[in-house]
Design a protein around this ligand. Structure first.
Ligand SMILES: [Zn+2]
Length: 54
């Protein structure tokens, strides 16, 4: 699947030569599925997958 630049910019931002992720993306749901930011974890709004912050 090809991501359009416009779509990419919603989730990434360029800083120098690095691509910075604005949001943590759900590893199960794939690109476009943002994970909610919580104090000690990220939770996917789609599948409710939880990733505990290290
Ligand atoms: Zn998910």
């Amino acid at each position: 699947m090809e991501l359009e630049a416009k779509q990419m910019s919603e989730y990434f931002e360029i800083e120098g030569d690095k691509l910075k992720r604005k949001y943590k993306q759900c590893p199960d749901c794939g690109p476009g599925y943002k994970m909610g930011e919580h104090k000690d974890r990220h939770v996917c709004g789609n599948c409710s997958k939880t990733i505990v912050k290290k």
